[in-house]
Design a protein around this ligand. Sequence first.
Ligand SMILES: Nc1ncnc2c1ncn2[C@@H]1O[C@H](COP(=O)(O)OP(=O)(O)O)[C@@H](O)[C@H]1O
Ligand SMILES: [Mg+2]
Length: 476
Amino acid sequence: MPRYEAFIRTNAGQYTEYMKLTFISKLGDGATADVWLATDDLDREVAVKIVRQAASGISDAMAHAKALARAAHPNVVAVFAIEKVADPQSGDEVDAVVMERLSGKTLDECLAGSKFSITEVRRIGLGVIDGLAHIHSQGLEHGDLHERNVIVGDGTIKVIDILYRDSLAALSPSSRAARLRRDLTSLRLLLQQVIFHSELGAPQAAELNHRLDSGSRLSDIKTVFLEVTDAANLTDAGKALDNAYARVLDVGFVEGDEYASALSTETGTGLIAALVERIITERTYRAVHRSYLTALWKRLKKRDRQTILEHLGKGLTSELPNGNWRPLLGILYAFKKEGWQGLKAAVRLRVEKLLIKDVLTGHVDVRSPVSFGPNGRLGSFARLFWPYFSNPKDLADNIISMLHQSWYTQNYIGKHFLSALPRLAEATATEDEMIDALADAYRNDAKVIVNNLEELPESWLTRVKKRRRGMVEDDP
Ligand SMILES: Nc1ncnc2c1ncn2[C@@H]1O[C@H](COP(=O)(O)OP(=O)(O)O)[C@@H](O)[C@H]1O
Ligand SMILES: [Mg+2]
């Protein structure tokens, strides 16, 4: 490109002066502008941003951009002048921003490269945080903070492309606050990306997200960012998490409340959410863990509970009905009624329907040592969850049908539901039908029911036996 010269008006005190710019080459382009490398009349390199006509509209905010230009900050690109200039390509008079020339890559380009070390994460993150804090302190918003508007140099982090738009001061306090909040949301997302693309990785990125919300102030974001990326905290926390998880995996894990509460007191509060998440992700829950998970659940913060239930709900959705749902239902059961009710309604109703439906496939042959495969396994979990069901009557109806069906289906109900029947019948007003159906199974000599009849309360026992006699005419 041939050298091109333009004059730019600058206001120095009460005089208007003209600065001669020599355009050398294009440095970059973005959505709204081309940025040129140029030299000024003292032969210093500058970057000149030529805002395309269509995107123009910056002149209104000139005063504010000038405020920014005056107040220098190491993490915000320095602006020397904002004026009209003739476009080096079209010759039209356009708005131009004359800035310090930066070297480095955009953060966006860095995010496509190799992972950041913890030191780099902190250098970049703190640079952007401090830069944005400075912009806000000048009564400006950034308005478009993202990875392409941060330049990472060897020793510098610079926020660029501040919207020289309208004045925040002229806005109502509420819309002013909304604008600033939007910058903070962008900042949180940007920090999350940076942490994610580092050796800290997804867990710490999630941690940052857990600990901040739309009400967080810039100072909160800075504090949490520093904590989440603190190498000392991290290695200790990482080790502690690995230890806690190793104990969960231990084949010698002791069942019961006593061990569970002892172990729970040894599990650091900051670890609980990550530990439970890991048990869910890896599907490593076994029945012996139940009391421990109940103890951990009680200690979880409300927000962490929500996140964990979302995670669990997603797992259930993908594993039910034919995948590895067993550890997930076990965990859900450990979280009791509150866990069940905290699931998204669509997930909860689907689980309920699947459990109830699967009862109808149950089949137990007590004479055969061979297991009959997966049928009815899922359904057997209905014994645990039915008190939370929105429609337990459907379950009661299925059980009654199964008790009338065959020796095998009767034994299935006997094996999985016998002791639960009185309460279920009471809750669904199906006592008479249930007792009738049980008498049917008893008469049919369904072994599991006959052998375990004493699990039923006295009143049920007499009624089942009486009903049986009444139905079988030649019974002595
Ligand atoms: N001061 C500068 N020094 C060097 N390159 C710059 C400078 N400012 C912007 N650039 C380059 O120009 C690109 C577009 O600039 P930007 O201000 O973000 O414009 P847009 O509003 O079009 O997004 C940047 O991504 C960067 O590569
Ligand atoms: Mg940009």
